[in-house]
Design a protein around this ligand. Structure first.
Ligand SMILES: C[S@@+](CC[C@H](N)C(=O)[O-])C[C@H]1O[C@@H](n2cnc3c(N)ncnc32)[C@H](O)[C@@H]1O
Length: 285
């Protein structure tokens, strides 16, 4: 295990179970966002996110879910993701331990290959859970979105006396539309399942306050810690892969050198000045 820190931000390069058990104090975290491998065979820099069977995947998940609950303060919030096929198991397991306040659907447009013989998957589920439904942070004012009835259609509610215009803003519902992170987006990092900044921004703003501690046990590109830092929260990010941890060291700790290794982001193909390098396919002649 390696630990890197700067001011209010800590990065652990190691196994989430070990680090949660040995390094994180019980009842110390305000918000946890957990986005584990989905057990669908994604390749995380050579580590295949696929368990020998469904039972062993769930058994592993239940272990870190229990640890997350232990580390969360009594007024803390827990957001957790997995694939559509495993989310029902998470839901049934977690509802015995916490209150599930929202079953969120992160919906996105299609990209690349699309299913032709069934209805392709266009969303990922997220559970929003709290330990105590009478005492938790929810900053609704910080996440308001436009309410079309009032803002665009300018309708009047005639059931009120006197009649009043409808609100122009509302708390978002549980279907969230954000594009997936694509190569051409400024935030793109080299990782197969990077989550969008906007998605984490809504979660961190709604479910934590400035100065709170936000933890992500499967940090990947450290989107959670990055957003937490911008929003003046403290962050703890755990990631098993050394190369992905280096993304966090650069993105969150703003450190561009590690023991002599340059951590700068690889330039994108269209950012490279030499036009020869921008040619993806060499001509055959
Ligand atoms: C779905 S990705 C997370 C993506 C992340 N939310 C982001 O925005 O980039 C899951 C991550 O968990 C990491 N991982 C897998 N097993 C782990 C373990 N036992 N402990 C810590 N990290 C692990 C993988 O390397 C991968 O980067």
């Amino acid at each position: 295990m390696n630990k890197y820190s700067s001011n209010d931000h800590t990065i652990y390069n190691g196994d989430a179970l070990e680090i949660l058990k040995n390094e994180i104090e019980d009842n110390s975290i305000d918000l946890i966002f957990a986005d584990p491998p989905y057990n669908i065979g994604k390749n995380f820099n050579g580590r295949k996110g696929k368990w020998k069977n469904d039972e062993s995947y769930l058994e592993w998940c239940y272990q870190w879910i229990n640890l997350c609950l232990l580390k969360l303060k009594n007024n803390g919030s827990f957001y957790v993701m997995t694939s559509t096929q495993f989310m029902p198991y998470f839901d049934i397991y977690i509802q015995k331990k916490m209150d599930i306040l929202s079953r969120i659907v992160w919906s996105y447009d299609s990209s690349g290959v699309q299913a032709k013989k069934y209805f392709g998957s266009m969303y990922e589920p997220i559970l929003f859970c709290v330990k105590d439904k009478k005492n938790y942070t929810f900053n609704s004012e910080d996440v308001l979105v436009e309410a079309k009835t009032g803002a665009k259609r300018k309708l009047i509610d005639y059931r009120k006396n006197p009649p009043q215009p409808y609100n122009t803003q509302k708390v978002p519902g549980n279907v969230w539309n954000y594009p997936r992170v694509r190569y051409r987006m400024a935030e793109y990092e080299k990782h197969p399942t990077q989550k969008p900044i906007q998605l984490l921004e809504r979660i961190v703003k709604a479910s934590s306050n400035e100065g709170d501690t936000v933890l992500d046990p499967f940090s990947g590109t450290f989107t959670t810690s990055y957003v937490a830092k911008i929003l003046k929260r403290k962050s703890i990010g755990i990631e098993i892969d050394e190369e992905y941890s280096k993304i966090g060291i650069r993105r969150v700790l703003e450190q561009y050198d590690l023991n002599g290794e340059d951590l700068s982001r690889e330039p994108k193909i269209y950012e490279i000045k030499n036009p020869k390098q921008q040619t993806l396919f060499e001509p055959k002649i």
